[in-house]
Design a protein around this ligand. Structure first.
Ligand code: KG4
Ligand code: ZN
Length: 386
């Protein structure tokens, strides 16, 4: 059973009834793609990517050479804002309402017709089950109607692929830090594309820490951008927050203590002081998260012997994190891939990019491919919060 290299990849040759366990876990490593290699050839051409794992309905078209021709994102933030978080049922409904229009807009912006498409990549998991189902079923129906292959993509692999969207020649091997609402994972990505897990969060993901901290500070959802904005008016050293490095040399993360520290500090403070010092709270709290992320990412680069670092996922949109990473990359003479903001938070260009690698490897999903809400867990990623 050969292990395909590169991105995600769950799939089967079409018409092949013999499915082999897609996952082989070797200690803490995982091999992204483990399927029987099909022989069917794919004539490369434009690909449609579809992403509906959480609260963004997104579609994107990549050209035959991997260039992004369109990247359409319909955000549901306005729908979920008054609840302070994503309401799964509302998310599914909103995906159903907008998936057709978003996909049609992606085609239109790319200047292509449906019949120009040669493949479809869709997020298969992890994510909200009902939300994923909308994208997966839409992708299957479209693939059937157009008689083109479809591949299921892991959302996590999509984030990783985003590092190469604008910099296709970004070098391997490299260290990849994935920081999103559900993941804080450090990988060593080898020449082959195989990813080895170096460390992960033991409790909250970095994005979760931002979102929960914002909630305690009375800021709007989503919390990360809200803290980022408010922190720009605050002093990061005014209020000290704990930085959890765990034991010496560990590349794991822990953010739950930080959140508790914020809660306790706020609890003993009169309301008017809390309000007056909100920007300092935001700046100090943010600093505690991003300095640990930067320190551990660079420690991983040093200990692994890599010379390049990619930082991806929603939290990589954070302005302070980006500034610190850029400074350190210059001072340590290291190649850094920080995708543009449009590719940091959830988008379909990254799904199409991962799917493109899958299709090029000859992979296909069967038309009974199903959404898998806990897909990352099946990879055996320690510390995964799914
Ligand atoms: O990758 P993403 O869009 O979705 C997931 O896969 O989870 O990441 C969403 C997370 C949220 O927790 C959000 O608060 C955080 O990314 N985020 C930010 C910023 N923009 C989004 N965190 C800090 N600063 C930002 N500017
Ligand atoms: Zn994401």
């Amino acid at each position: 059973m050969p292990a395909a290299t590169g991105a995600v990849l769950f799939g089967l040759p079409q018409n092949d009834a013999c499915f082999i366990d897609p996952v082989r876990v070797i200690g803490k490593d995982f091999i992204m793609t483990i399927v029987e290699q099909p022989t069917s050839t794919w004539i490369p051409g434009p690909i449609l990517g579809i992403e509906t794992s959480c609260d963004e309905t997104a579609a994107s078209v990549l050209a035959v050479d991997g260039a992004v021709l369109s990247n359409i994102i319909a955000s549901q933030h306005a729908i979920h804002q008054r609840f302070g978080g994503v309401v799964p049922e509302l998310a599914s409904r909103a995906h159903i309402e907008s998936i057709e229009d978003v996909s049609a807009a992606a085609l239109q912006q790319a200047g292509l017709a449906w019949t120009d498409l040669t493949g479809i990549a869709v997020t298969q998991g992890p994510g909200l089950a009902g939300a994923l189902l909308v994208g997966v079923n839409y992708a299957k129906a479209l693939a059937y109607a157009l008689n083109i292959p479809v591949v299921g993509v892991s959302h996590l692999e999509g984030h990783i692929a985003s590092a190469w969207l604008q910099e296709p020649a970004f070098p391997l091997p490299c260290v990849v830090l994935v920081v999103s609402g559900g993941h804080t994972h450090l990988y060593y990505k080898e020449d082959s594309g195989h990813c080895r897990l170096l460390g992960a969060t033991r409790d909250d993901a970095a994005g979760e820490a931002f979102d929960k901290g914002a909630q305690l500070l009375g800021l709007e959802y989503p919390g990360g951008p809200a803290i980022d904005r408010l922190a720009q008016q605050g002093n990061p050293d005014a209020i000290a927050f704990p930085r959890s490095y765990l034991k010496k040399g560990s590349l794991d993360f822990s953010f739950s203590g930080l959140k508790t520290a914020l809660l306790y500090t706020l609890q003993v403070m009169p309301e008017h002081s809390r309000m007056a010092r909100a920007a300092d709270f935001a700046a100090g709290y943010q600093e505690a998260i991003v300095t640990v992320l930067v320190d551990k990412a660079f420690a991983a680069v040093r200990s692994s012997g890599a010379h390049a670092l990619a930082v991806v996922g929603g939290v990589s949109a954070n302005s302070r994190l980006r500034a610190l990473l850029q400074q350190r990359a210059v001072s340590e003479d290291l190649r850094l891939s920080l995708p543009p903001l449009a590719y940091c938070t959830d988008n379909a260009a990254m799904i199409a990019a991962a799917g493109r690698q899958a299709l090029r490897s000859g992979l296909r999903a069967p038309l009974d491919i199903d959404a898998q809400a806990s897909l990352a867990c099946s990879f055996g990623l320690s510390g995964s919060s799914c």
